[in-house]
Design a protein around this ligand. Structure first.
Ligand code: BTN
Length: 328
């Protein structure tokens, strides 16, 4: 007899089946639970809005799923030990960054996650607005309590980018790349932005908030006209509706693993993963900082996580903040 599969959830099994039938017997064997427990789990999912067709000899087929994030299902399939083990799901909020900040001030632990169906004042880097329509994306903020000094906290942006990229590949089979420092792109169009904010006291980092905004299931018309040429969604890229629950769970697992690696070994292994996923290294870039605009070839990251840019005169300059425009 085969061993039960570790960690797989009922929903993941139905997703693997892509709309085909799964027999009660197979589910019971793979999850190592009784047939009546299978039936109970299916009914629990039905109560949460998942629709199943059931046929006597074939079993169950997932025909539709709710597009509403349910805290209980998020928690049930969470594979991380601490990240995302305490979650707050908001229907509408101004910005999950604000909610996470309030929770952190009230003493919430590192790993606490705030997710919203909709943000009315979602924000991006450099004071920009971030479009976050209802039910279409993953708008979430994770509280982190790093031990590193303030000038290194931006490294967590790189770590978060790697986690999101890997999770999108695993869950949606969509290959994205990272544009320094914080954009995840699919064929040059943005699918995700990351915003890292920190609270300090006398040079000590009290907490950081990693804000992640993924355009998961937006249609083209869901984007404001002025960003349609530069933005896309994971669903438009992959041709399939994204299960936001599974993607959130996978991001939490990836982030936790990478965070542990980072705490044990520092930036080097994260930087290597980042460079492998980067769509910036090796390209000509225009660097726009608050002081000036320069250009050169991006050659990689330095030990702090700054982007190294080789200028036409051969000098290599680390870029710690700013925007880049990708050239050829
Ligand atoms: C950027 O692209 O400049 C960063 C965008 C970050 C957006 C996320 S959505 C969840 C969290 N809440 C916010 O208001 N912003 C971040």
């Amino acid at each position: 007899m085969k061993e039960p599969e570790q960690d797989i959830t009922l929903l993941e099994m139905f997703h693997e089946q892509s709309g085909q039938y799964l027999s009660g017997e197979e589910i019971s064997r793979r999850l190592s639970i009784s047939r009546s427990a299978v039936w109970k789990q299916i009914n629990k999912l039905r109560a949460a809005g998942y629709e199943f067709e059931a046929l006597p000899r074939l079993g169950y087929r997932l025909v539709d799923q709710p597009d509403k994030l349910q805290p209980q299902y998020l928690l049930d399939g969470m594979k991380s030990r601490t990240f995302g083990q305490v979650i707050h799901v908001m229907n509408t909020t101004t910005s999950t960054q604000e909610d996470a900040r309030r929770l952190a001030e009230e003493g919430a632990d590192g790993g606490t996650l705030v997710i919203a169906e909709e943000q009315t004042s979602g924000r991006g880097r450099m004071g920009r607005k971030f479009h976050s329509p209802r039910g279409k994306g993953i708008w979430m903020s994770l509280i982190l309590k790093p031990k590193q000094p303030l000038h290194l906290t931006q490294q967590l942006t790189l770590l978060t980018g790697v986690a999101v990229c890997r999770a999108i590949m695993t869950c949606c089979n969509v290959k994205t790349d990272i544009k320094w420092p914080n954009d995840i792109l699919y064929q040059g169009k943005k699918v995700c932005g990351i915003l890292l904010e920190s609270a300090t006291e006398d040079e000590r980092v009290r907490y950081c908030i990693a804000g992640i905004g993924i355009s998961a299931n937006l249609k083209e018309t869901d984007f404001p006209e002025n960003i349609r040429s530069v933005a896309t969604s994971v669903r438009l890229a992959g041709g399939q509706t994204v299960d936001r629950t599974i993607l959130i769970q996978t991001i939490m697992a990836e982030m936790e693993q990478l965070y542990e690696l980072y705490n044990e070994q520092g930036l080097a292994p994260i930087a290597a993963l980042w460079e492998a996923l980067s769509g910036t290294v090796g390209r000509e870039v225009e660097v726009r900082t608050s002081r000036d605009v320069t250009s050169g070839i991006a050659t990689g990251l330095n030990h702090d996580g700054a982007l190294l840019v080789r200028h036409p005169d051969g000098e290599v300059i680390p870029v710690y903040s700013g925007d880049i425009i990708l050239g050829s």
